[in-house]
Ligand binder design. Structure first.
Ligand code: 9MR
Length: 372
């Protein structure tokens, strides 16, 4: 927005926030309500973009490794663990006083095929796969014991209809693979919070599936602290009333609720590609990439309204919501530039590619200011 004429509705917001600094740190604005997180990956730490790390410490007090702790990265071959990148994230976060979220222990995606097979290529037995899951969790959680605020223990285990997703974890181990993962994680770091994390789990059917998992774990006395709603959302979907209902429903089960991977897609996208099922993609077409040069002000304002609505809701639930994490530091870093359609220019976050705050940033700051 720097050199543009601000739309009239925004001038008051900008004046309101410009007295102490150009753009107060989000973490300070929402202090006392919830942690404000971001994902972080190799690019931010590499030094290639010198603005990245100072920007992160200015605005965020929680980080989630976008990819560095996933099985295929941290444990790509049997018996071989690569902790370097995840360790750098940990060091950066600790030196900056930020909370670290571990992401992720058990997931169907970004998990190498060998995990489910023996050295001859045969499918593992239930016992052997449980052993392998336990070793992995002990090694990774154990490595960061005492340093991670909480782990996404199981990710995306529920289908849209609320049933358990068909994965090798489910077919080889059976329904109890989820509870076993939580048991192993708790053994490996008894102090760490443990979360179930998913996308679209604000929608009623999927929410019912997640509720069943939480209820089962609680009935068995297995530790689970929270539910992550990823929040890969759009200008026109979901209707945020489902988020409102979901926060209440998960919180009523005693769960902390977190929005864990949030962004709001502004590009035309077929509804069958909503969510985050990364095996689904569509081909690039210019008509699906209408803002290749810049985001029109009118769409920037729509995005601001959408974020304002969302943060009004989250602030209303701030006793139930413990963290809100954005999936990317600025528009240039968002995975939404390449998924579900590769090569697009998307604008789903609060800051543009030069770290300038967008109208959406000022809109959520304004929501927090109303409570002061
Ligand atoms: O943002 C991540 C992207 O860089 C990876 O290529 C992708 C591959 O699976 O994973 C993205 O993050 C995913 C997260 O770990 C789990 N929920 C869905 C996210 C978007 O796919």
């Amino acid at each position: 927005m720097k050199n543009k004429i601000l739309p009239a509705v925004l001038i008051s917001v900008t004046l309101l926030t410009s007295c102490d600094s150009d753009a107060p740190g989000l973490k300070d604005v929402f202090a006392g309500h919830f942690l404000i997180g971001t994902s972080i990956d190799r690019r931010e730490l590499s030094g290639a973009d010198p603005g990245a790390l100072p920007f992160i410490t200015e605005h965020f007090n929680a980080v989630t490794a976008e990819n560095a702790m996933k099985w295929e990265r941290i444990h790509p071959e049997p018996g071989t663990y690569y902790f370097d990148l995840a360790d750098s994230i940990m060091d950066f976060a600790q030196n900056s006083g930020m909370a670290v979220i571990g992401h992720v222990l058990v997931w169907h995606s970004q998990t190498p095929d060998w995990v489910f097979r023996d050295s001859l290529g045969n499918q593992l037995t239930r016992e052997a796969l449980l052993e392998r899951m336990k070793d992995h969790i002990q090694m990774v959680v154990g490595h960061y014991r005492g340093k991670v605020l909480g782990w996404d223990v199981v990710n995306e285990a529920v289908d849209e209809d609320g049933s358990l997703r068909q994965t090798p974890w489910l077919s080889i181990i059976g329904d109890d693979y989820i509870e076993m993962a939580f048991r192993y994680a708790h053994e490996a770091d008894p102090e760490a919070e443990l979360y179930y994390n998913d996308y679209n789990n604000e929608e009623p059917l999927k929410r019912a599936g997640v509720t069943a998992i939480v209820t089962n774990l609680k009935e068995k006395g297995i530790r689970i602290d929270g539910v992550g709603i990823q929040g890969h959302w759009h200008l026109d979907s979901p209707d945020f009333t489902v988020v409102d209902e979901s926060i209440n429903e998960y919180a009523n089960l005693g769960m902390k609720v977190m929005i864990t991977e949030m962004e709001i897609n502004v590009l035309p996208t077929p509804a069958w590609l909503y969510g985050a099922e990364i095996s689904k993609t569509a081909e690039y077409r210019d008509s699906l990439n209408p803002y290749a040069k810049e985001l029109p002000d009118s769409v920037g304002l729509q995005l601001a309204d959408r974020y304002a609505e969302l943060f009004r809701l989250l602030l209303r639930h701030s006793d139930q919501v413990s963290r809100v994490t954005f999936w990317g530091i600025n528009d240039g870093y968002s995975w939404k530039n390449d998924w579900p359609i590769p090569g697009r220019t998307n604008y789903p976050l609060l800051f543009d590619r030069d770290y300038n705050p967008k109208p959406a940033y000022y809109a959520i700051i304004k929501e927090a200011a109303k409570l002061k």
